[in-house]
Design a protein around this ligand. Structure first.
Ligand SMILES: [Fe+2]
Length: 237
């Protein structure tokens, strides 16, 4: 058994408040060194932390490691704000990468539904590895995270409409997932593997909307609460 977070138990994902700064300039993610690595569509990935610190998109298991204790790569010099974002959260991160996802249509995206292999070599009794997303640049209101408990059963599906600045945590080894991004420009997002522990739990609880906090406490949701607070820290000048 691995340690799992109660906050993830019901749905396998949680949508947090929007990132509220400090500002991250688009040149940070646009200037990174990307590698040709296909996962969940027509994608390239820029490793910020890898198993060894090399520019390497492979699973940590290729180096005999669980997806934890990531080592910063040379890319981190290009994107200090993204590195600070991860460091400020403060947990045990593994893979830290920026995804560059080229546009697709819905049918193509659905064919890319997949599970991640986050917990290979992760010892029993330690924290289950989940992933966080920070949306950097997408087609606000049109790019959609598609999640399914059962790949073949659309009735198990949740769709989360994305916008820049959005933060999510997803158990991507439990939920089949893909992003349908209509474009026309590529979508960028920061994806981080995290060991479930008290640090990540505390971050998630601090970043929950008032509505979700009340729901977790068994109270009535706030009528006016919104998941979207602001996305200005990622806006272009
Ligand atoms: Fe994935």
């Amino acid at each position: 058994m691995h340690y799992k977070l109660d906050v993830m138990a019901e749905k396998g994902f949680v949508v947090l408040k929007d990132y509220d700064g400090p500002a991250i300039a688009p040149r940070e993610w646009e200037s990174l060194e990307y590698m040709d690595w296909k996962s969940g569509g027509d994608t390239n990935f820029a490793p910020l932390a890898s198993a060894t610190g090399e520019m390497d998109c492979r699973g940590f298991w290729d180096h005999g490691k669980a997806d934890k204790y990531g080592v910063w790569t040379s890319n981190c010099q290009i994107a200090p704000s993204l590195v600070n974002y991860v460091g400020k959260i403060g947990g045990n991160y593994g893979r830290v990468r920026v995804i560059k996802l080229n546009p697709s249509d819905e049918a193509t995206a659905l064919r890319q539904l997949h599970l991640d292999d986050n917990n290979r070599l992760n010892p029993e009794g330690t924290g289950w590895v989940v992933r966080s997303w920070l949306e950097l640049d997408d087609t606000a209101g049109q790019s959609v995270f598609i999640l399914r408990e059962d790949k073949e059963d659309p009735s198990t599906e949740t769709r989360i409409t994305l916008h820049p600045g959005m933060q999510l945590v997803i158990d991507t080894q439990r939920l089949w997932h893909v992003v349908w991004h209509p474009g026309p420009k590529p979508r960028y997002a920061l994806i981080t593997s995290w060991e479930s522990d008290k640090t990540i739990e505390g971050w998630i609880k601090r970043e929950l909307t008032g509505k979700k906090k009340r729901q977790l406490q068994g109270g009535r949701p706030e009528r006016t609460a919104s998941a979207r607070t602001q996305s200005a820290p990622l806006a272009r000048p």
